[in-house]
Design a protein around this ligand. Sequence first.
Ligand code: ATP
Ligand code: MG
Length: 266
Amino acid sequence: MSAAPLLEVTGLSKSFTARGGLFAGSRNSITVLEEIGFSVYPGESLGIVGGSGSGKTTLGRSILQLIRPGHGQVLYKGRDLCALSEGEMRGQRRFVQLIFQDPYASLNPQMTVGRAILEAMQVHGVGADDRDRKKQILALLERVDLSAEHFGRYPHQFSGGQRQRIVIARTMALGPELVICDESVSALDVSVQAQVLNLLNDLKDEYGLTYLFISHDLNVVRYFCDRIMVLDKGRIAEIGPSPTVYADPQAEATKRLLAAIPGRSV
Ligand SMILES: Nc1ncnc2c1ncn2[C@@H]1O[C@H](COP(=O)(O)OP(=O)(O)OP(=O)(O)O)[C@@H](O)[C@H]1O
Ligand SMILES: [Mg+2]
């Protein structure tokens, strides 16, 4: 890890204001992320694990500026994304992308998959013209083990695993550098999960990608990621190489996650 980090998060905090509550009009502030700091290096897969409500999704969305964090820096190639305006951030979106759990929710049901990918490329100025874009899309559909004839079909005509491949194709069409996967395979059957994970792994090498891989399942992350970061109540409980974290957990939060894996005794 001698290279400069691709992503460097420092002192990142986020609170939400919960309105209502016991007394009408009262406002309680809940801290969801507290002083988060870590680096991700080019070509690395960093797993982010933690129990439900530990702050994984909030962290992913804060990095992407889909939620503006309260404090801290998100340095992407040395540039603080938190300091960018919405307009400037839009220019960065093709390079830092999110793939999340429900591929159906991220695809417009009224738009053919080809059209959806084409529009995303147009918006981000990818490709010379529509003919060139279409050529790229057909190649990408083949690459994710779909086929050219799927270009004109609608999302509901696909299985869950196929839909996730369409979302992956659309992501890749924009030429990302950092991809944040938030429970991207959790909704799929175990065998389909393995296929999609293999695809993501192959694409990582082909496109030179870096992944932040969010999951509540330490077993998935263990095989997929180089390093694991464990979140607990909005703080980093532990971070280290996957085999070390798995074999010799230090934090109580990590031990709890390991104990939850069926068939494994801690
Ligand atoms: N918009 C919001 N307003 C108020 N509280 C929120 C908001 N979004 C998230 N939270 C709270 O922040 C905490 C962390 O939520 P988050 O979704 O980041 O957890 P998570 O680790 O992704 O959980 P899961 O494994 O269930 O997906 C939770 O307590 C949640 O209720
Ligand atoms: Mg989540």
